[in-house]
Design a protein around this ligand. Structure first.
Ligand SMILES: NC(=O)c1ccc[n+]([C@@H]2O[C@H](COP(=O)([O-])OP(=O)(O)OC[C@H]3O[C@@H](n4cnc5c(N)ncnc54)[C@H](O)[C@@H]3O)[C@@H](O)[C@H]2O)c1
Length: 451
């Protein structure tokens, strides 16, 4: 069985690497020549723990290959995974241009029975659309070939992607074809040794399952963020509330962390796309609308706190803020919809001087954060803290968990610490000498110099 993975980004590379790790013969294809050149040299264009080693290992064994060439890759393939980007369109809808282009390129070159497996997150009805597109291309070629289209949404989390792919909670296979279902089950069999986790369903339900999962995760995050704002006013501590409700087995602990709002490459765009799908069917989604509204507010909350803090000492202009962490979450270099971008924009608009540091994502951050005279890029948290009036913790990288706070404070000009991820003990932070602000808890003793 020859497998082709079209699109070599976060999902495509992990899919290709993990399938080859299980013994399959895989070719990863991308239209981005620089990416493929890099991959052929043994380097990888993204940061994902363990991925480089797995790719190198499987390339060395001859099970994993990289190419930009559809002509060579398609005719020898039996199953073709689609893992291209489906970004947010101008109106919020999922933009399927890359997906349609990839499907066309494959259909133009297929020579026998082929299974198209769509891993890209795409609206309900996309499996049907892909089917019609292939049909049209084959008609234009004046050739009759058998094929099946399967919806197989991906649930991996960046930063833990290999583990998620190798030990999935479930594999969703959406197809009406018994033949395709059988082949897909056998492909995924090596990942199911402990117990069966393949869920077979119709394509529409499979497509909807991906959006429903992301909407549920976003709901939990926005719910906790909304309550955290209330806790900041009424004296409760959202962390204690989190543990209090998480211990209820009907609720559980996952995705109950308040913070800076959800970001990243999936939740924001998928929520928008889901709302758009409902809008097209003239179906009201007050709950989904509210999830986004709460998230937008939360994404601006840290900046608002910093600006309010400096309002009492002459304003934010010319105040120096060290920002620790830029990636949208730890263990990735992905900057898509990262909360840091909003904070940076807010503070620059006030004339603040920013000192930016991320352990891994500085390079990808520099591609999306425009050059600015008020921005200094730093190589460590200590360098970022030098002369700072405030520190803002934005991404909870593990190395920030145990900072050398005494040295950090000595480096600083001021004493403010804005913890956007509730990483530290408020009492200890105040005892160390910080004006400490976190999310969802704001008793008076947090402040050294105020109240
Ligand atoms: N990143 C995640 O954590 C994640 C998780 C689950 C699902 N998804 C979904 O998976 C899909 C891919 O996401 P990603 O983060 O890997 O995207 P990505 O942007 O990292 O990678 C997409 C790749 O596809 C390539 N591409 C675009 N058009 C192509 C074409 N016609 N032929 C060949 N290659 C082409 C691009 O050059 C790029 O390298 C999206 O639909 C996303 O919503 C992503």
């Amino acid at each position: 069985m020859e497998l082709l993975v079209v699109g070599s980004g976060y999902v495509g590379l992990v899919t290709g690497a993990c399938l080859s790790e299980m013994g399959h013969s895989v070719t990863c294809l991308d239209i981005n020549e620089d990416k493929i050149k890099l991959l052929k040299k043994g380097a990888i264009p993204i940061y994902e723990p363990g991925l480089q080693e797995m790719i190198r290992r499987n390339c060395k064994c001859g099970r994993l290959h990289f190419t930009t060439n559809f002509d060579k890759a398609v005719p020898k393939s039996n199953v073709c995974f689609l893992a291209v980007d489906t970004p947010c369109g101008e109106g919020g809808e999922a933009n399927l241009d890359s997906l349609k282009s990839a499907v066309t390129s494959i259909a133009e070159r297929m020579t026998g029975y082929l299974i198209f497996v769509n891993k890209s997150t795409s609206p309900v009805g996309t499996t049907r659309e892909i089917d019609s597109l292939i049909n049209r291309v084959l008609e234009e070629r004046n050739i009759e070939l058998c094929y099946d289209v399967v919806s197989n949404p991906e649930f991996l989390k960046e930063g833990n992607a290999l583990q998620d792919f190798m030990k999935p909670d479930r594999i969703i296979i959406g197809t009406d074809s018994e033949e395709a279902a059988k082949i897909m089950k056998s492909l995924y069999a090596p990942f199911m040794l402990s117990h069966q986790r393949v869920l077979l369903m119709d394509p529409a339900s499979a497509e909807m399952t991906k959006y429903a999962a992301n909407a549920m995760l976003a709901t939990r995050i926005s719910f906790m963020n909304e309550l955290s704002g209330l806790c900041e006013l009424n004296g409760a501590d959202i962390n204690k509330v989190r543990v209090g409700i998480g211990s209820d087995t009907r609720i559980g602990y996952n995705y109950l962390y308040p913070g800076l709002g959800y970001g990243g490459s999936c939740l924001p765009k998928d929520l928008k796309a889901l709302r758009k799908q409902a809008e097209k069917l003239t179906y009201d989604t007050p709950l989904l609308n509210a999830i986004e509204e709460v998230n937008e507010k939360q994404r601006h909350s840290l900046g608002a706190k910093i600006i309010a803090y400096f309002a009492e000492s002459g304003g934010t202009a010319q105040k120096t803020v060290a920002i620790l962490g830029l990636a949208f979450k730890p263990e990735t270099d992905d900057m898509r919809y990262a909360p840091s971008l909003i904070l940076i924009r807010q503070l620059l608009a006030q004339g603040a001087l920013l000192r930016l540091y991320d352990p891994v994502a500085s390079e990808s951050a520099q591609k999306v954060i425009p050059d600015h005279q008020n921005i200094t890029w730093c190589e460590s948290e200590m360098e970022a803290a030098a002369g700072a009036d405030a520190i803002a913790l934005v991404t909870e990288w593990k190395q920030f968990r145990f900072l050398d706070f005494d040295t950090l404070l000595k480096q600083m000009r001021g004493t403010a610490f804005f913890d956007g991820r509730n990483q530290y003990d408020p009492k200890q932070m105040v005892a160390r000498g910080f004006d400490y602000f976190c999310v969802g808890h704001r008793p008076k003793f947090f402040l050294q110099t105020k109240n």
